[in-house]
Each structure stands twice: as C-alpha cells, then as structure tokens.
Design a protein around this ligand. Structure first.
Ligand code: IPE
Ligand code: IPE
Ligand code: MG
Length: 271
C-alpha cells in the first residue's frame, strides 16, 4: 500500500498534485535524462561541478519518491559514452560524486528496499568506481522494491552493438550460426534484459533530443520534457510528469477503442 503521508505534507503543493495522480495507472518504468546541471551552476556564477553536486539532492529525492510510489523501475542517465569529451576535472568530479553518493546513500537504499544496478560499459570506468558499484549492487541484491538503474558510460548505440556481439557469442557457443533472431531474443540480450521498457521518459532543462539514451527501449515511451533544470527537479516535478503521462493516449500504432468500433460498424453496414 502506498503511504501518501510519506509523499506530501498536508496542504502542500505536492499534496494538490498528488490528488491529480491516478495511483492505479502509474508508469511502471520511468527513465530520466538528468540534464542542466551546468546551466544551473552558470546561472549562479558557480563552476559547472557545483551543478553536479547540487544534482545529487535531486537524485536522492526522486529515487526515494519512486520507491514510495512503488514504481517498479527508475533509470537515471548519469554519464554517457560521449561525456568523456568533457574536461578531465569535470569527469573526475562526477566520478568522485558518484562514489560519495553510493557510500552515503546505501542505508537509504536499504531502508527503502531499493535494488541498485548500473548499466553501460561499466568495465570502462575507473576500478575504484567499479568497486563501489559492485558493493552497492551486492548489498542491495535481495531487495524486492524499486529497481534503481544508473546508466554510466552508457550509449544507446553502444548497447545495441554490445548486444549484437553478445548474441554472436551465444550463437557460436550453441553452434547455431545460421539461426534467425527475433525482437524478443534481441531484447533478452540488452543490458536491460528482463526489464520492461520505460513507459515514461523525462528530460530536464528543455532540450528536445534523446542524446543516445535507451534507443531500443524507448520505442513507445511517452516523452515529457520540462524546462526545470536537474538540480531544481523535485518530487512535485515528478508528480507533474506522471500527470502529463496519464493524460496521454497510448496507441502503439493501433487506433483507440471507440475509433475501432466505428470501423467495425462501417464494415457491417457495407457487407
Ligand atoms: C547533466 O548536466 C549531467 C551530465 C551530463 C553528467 P550537464 O552537465 O549536461 O548540464 P548542461 O547541459 O551543461 O546545463
Ligand atoms: C545527456 O546529457 C547525458 C546525460 C544526462 C548523462 P548531455 O548534456 O550530455 O547531452 P547533450 O550533449 O545535450 O546532447
Ligand atoms: Mg547537458
């Protein structure tokens, strides 16, 4: 049972927004492109890394909120394969902040029954980062609530290429080199094998692009873009994104029920 008292103070904006959320139709998997840390810092005449530091508070609040809403999966895009192009000091600070977050937040993850995992080319990260990730993954492995995935050294195209290579290895091993593969088999070899595709993709700070995030998995995700910069993104913004998601009509290439009915009636009249 979702404990609403843990999500909103009585009389708060959060409570008003939460009233508009249909708790029976929540997205199962929410994915977020956390963007705008640099702009947040620039607006305050601070170095970019201060934006990343401030963004941690948003991560903390959003992950905890997702767990309390009993969402199944939250995937946060924290570092792309392209982000290595950034100044060395910025990359080093991001990695340092990640390690610090994992160490400090492990207790909160445990208290909220959250299972943690990293997706991406994790073996391309510094060994000290890999160690912290493994530790958090192992400690939280038996938790049964929210799955919190962090995308690190992640690229959607890299994932597709890695998947093709994994599949080729599997086929070689099974001596099935002329086998046909289908979409299900392909999905089952992605980093996100066994995890439902995102229902809702959020991008903060207003940019209208996907920046190489979960290219395969977002085929039918609803996209919510907000101008709010990541360090300012709070629980209320997540509620707004969910309200927006719930106003959409998901058709998956089909037509909606009442339109389908009209066609059936027209067909009957013709025959
Ligand atoms: C997102 O914020 C964080 C990462 C990509 C790690 P940015 O650092 O991209 O912030 P902007 O886009 O420059 O404002
Ligand atoms: C996307 O943000 C990557 C992450 C959030 C980790 P970027 O800031 O790197 O994307 P672009 O450069 O605006 O496309
Ligand atoms: Mg950016």
């Amino acid at each position: 049972m979702i404990d609403l008292r843990k999500l909103a103070e009585p009389g708060s904006i959060e409570e008003t927004l939460l009233d508009r959320v249909d708790l029976k139709r929540l997205p199962r998997h929410v994915a977020v492109i956390m963007d705008g840390n640099g702009r947040w810092a620039k607006g305050r005449n601070l170095p970019r890394v201060e934006g990343h530091r401030a963004g941690i508070a948003s991560v903390r609040e959003i992950v905890e909120t997702a767990a309390r809403l009993e969402l199944r999966v939250m995937t946060l895009y924290a570092f792309s394969v392209e982000n290595w192009k950034r100044p060395r000091y910025e990359v080093a600070t991001l990695m340092m902040l990640l390690k610090e977050y994992l160490r400090k937040e492990l207790k909160t993850l445990m208290d909220n029954n959250i299972r943690f995992t990293a997706i991406g080319r994790v073996d391309g990260l510094d060994p000290s980062v890999q160690r912290e990730l493994k530790y958090a993954e192992n400690e939280t492995a038996k938790n049964s609530g929210l799955l919190f995935q962090i995308a690190l050294n992640y690229g959607g195209r890299a994932e597709i290429v890695d998947t093709v290579n994994r599949i080729m290895a599997v086929l070689r091993e099974r001596e099935m080199s002329d086998a046909q593969i289908d979409e299900q088999f392909f999905s089952d070899h992605l980093y996100t094998a066994n995890i439902d595709d995102p229902d809702l993709l959020i991008r903060t700070s207003g940019e209208l692009r996907v920046s190489n995030f979960l290219l395969w998995q977002i085929a039918y995700a609803e996209i919510h873009v907000t101008k709010v910069l990541w360090p300012d993104f709070r629980r209320r913004d997540l509620f707004e994104a969910i309200i927006d998601f719930q106003s959409r009509e998901r058709r998956y290439g089909g037509v909606d029920e009442s339109d389908a009915q009209m066609f059936i009636e027209a067909d009957n009249q013709q025959s």
